[in-house]
Design a protein around this ligand. Structure first.
Ligand code: DOR
Length: 424
């Protein structure tokens, strides 16, 4: 039995915004009210802390199987719990690609064995993510895939993507689209425009994303398949999603803190390869529009796109470095720092972005702070100072775009299915 005493609980699903106690018995919330006394319970003092339903990062790369030198399910799970998450959705660009029921089953079983975070595998849309033939979608649904994506690449053929969406629409699952027209992004490594001109490197234009966002929205309209746009990076892409939502289409989208809090101007003559991400960091105008989208509800989820890479894959020329930044352990501190500074984002919206909407998009059972719900809970300290350095990061890889930052706010206790998975 666990008793969370005196925390400020936030859960818009049940109109909760109050200081209460929460009693957890046998993995479930037994009571959630003021002044609970339970002498036999282990007490967690939550005075001055914020309590939310367990947070979900719906876009991470755990690299297991096949690329465990970057991250494995054990180290990725530890990073997730440390970052405040009870649930993650793992992208399928492992080696081999997660494109069969057996590979989905492996990730789930290994996740359960490690026991720190619920792993919800995203299955590939196409075999080996090659964009040529349909993967074993039905088999993966049966094995527990929470969605489908060829993340890391766009599906280049419109007719292949239409086949994928038609097929997925038979199941209660969402297609998560990494939108990138390869012959427009080409060899681009930074945003096309000021950054590519200033740095003398190939540019990856916003158009390469926007053209595919427009195409996939059209395919969602035509097939009826729910569509979620991954790591949206430009103002125009966001406008396309806003229009699709207005039209009533089943279209959602996510953004990373990279694209909210950094811009192409942060890439300087130090050529910090941790700022090389796909899609690339965009303009200030794009980042401001994305923040607006977070606040006005056009953006449904904030995700890390946790993309671990080994030191030798980043410690090289910018053009040769791998795309990606780790992010599981900085998303919550970055958002809490922003909330403390700007007062624009409140905890109700934070819970929508990081708990309610991701579960809905992944078709997971809702988790609330009401009696009867499974006890997956994140406790946050908005005052806690965090310095992002290699010691702070529990991920196997240290390629954070935010290395060296001092942030305010972090998870201090994480409870998954009634068990404490992280406590600082
Ligand atoms: O920067 C990225 N890294 N973007 C992606 O879409 C894939 C990811 C990776 O797998 O490293």
């Amino acid at each position: 039995m666990l008793l969370l005493k005196g925390g400020h609980a936030h859960d818009p699903q049940i109109d909760l915004d109050d200081v209460i106690d929460i009693l957890i018995v046998d993995g479930n919330i037994a009571r959630a009210e003021k002044n609970i006394d339970e002498p036999d319970a282990q007490v967690v003092d939550c005075t001055g802390l914020e309590i939310t339903p367990g947070l979900v990062d719906m876009h991470v790369h755990f690299r297991d199987p096949g690329l465990e030198y970057k991250e494995d399910i054990a180290t990725g799970s530890a990073a997730a719990a440390h970052g405040g998450f009870t649930d993650v959705a793992t992208m399928p660009n492992t080696d081999p690609v997660c494109d069969t029921g057996a590979s989905v089953a492996y990730q789930r079983a290994r996740g359960e064995e490690v026991g720190l975070v619920n792993i919800h595998p995203i299955g590939a849309l196409t075999r080996e993510e090659k964009g040529e033939s349909l993967a074993e979608i039905g088999d993966m649904v049966l094995a527990g895939a929470a969605g489908f994506s060829d993340d890391g690449h766009g599906v280049q053929s419109a007719s292949m993507m239409r086949t994928c969406m038609k097929y997925v629409s038979q199941f209660d699952r969402t297609v998560i689209a990494h939108c990138e027209v390869d012959d427009l992004s080409g060899k681009g490594v930074v945003n096309a425009g000021r950054a590519s001109t200033r740095l003398g490197m190939f540019g990856w234009p916003g158009l390469a994303e926007e053209a595919e966002v427009a195409r996939d929205i059209a395919l969602s309209r035509s097939t009826g398949c729910p569509l979620h746009i991954a790591h949206i990076s430009t103002k125009r892409s966001l406008e396309l999603v806003r229009e699709a939502k207005k039209e009533g289409l089943l279209v959602t989208c996510e953004v990373t803190p990279l694209h909210l809090f950094l811009t192409e101007d942060d890439i300087t003559d130090t050529y910090n390869t941790n700022l090389k991400v796909n899609p690339p960091l965009r303009t200030k105008e794009d980042a401001e529009a994305l923040l607006e989208g977070v606040l006005d509800g056009t953006i449904d989820a904030v995700v890390s796109d946790h993309a671990p890479h080994a030191a030798h894959e980043k410690d090289c020329e910018f053009e040769l470095a791998a795309f990606g930044s780790v992010g599981l352990e900085t998303t919550v501190p970055l958002l809490l720092s922003y909330m403390a500074k700007k007062k624009l984002l409140d905890f109700a919206r934070f819970v929508e972005l990081l708990a309610i909407n991701p579960r809905a998009i992944l078709r997971l059972r809702p988790v609330t702070l009401a009696p009867g719900s499974v006890a997956s809970i994140t406790v946050l300290d908005s005052q806690k100072k965090v310095t992002v350095d290699t010691e702070y990061l529990q991920s196997k890889s240290k390629n954070s775009a935010f290395l060296g930052s001092t942030l305010q706010g972090a998870a201090v206790t994480v409870i998954k299915d009634g068990v404490i998975t992280y406590q600082s």
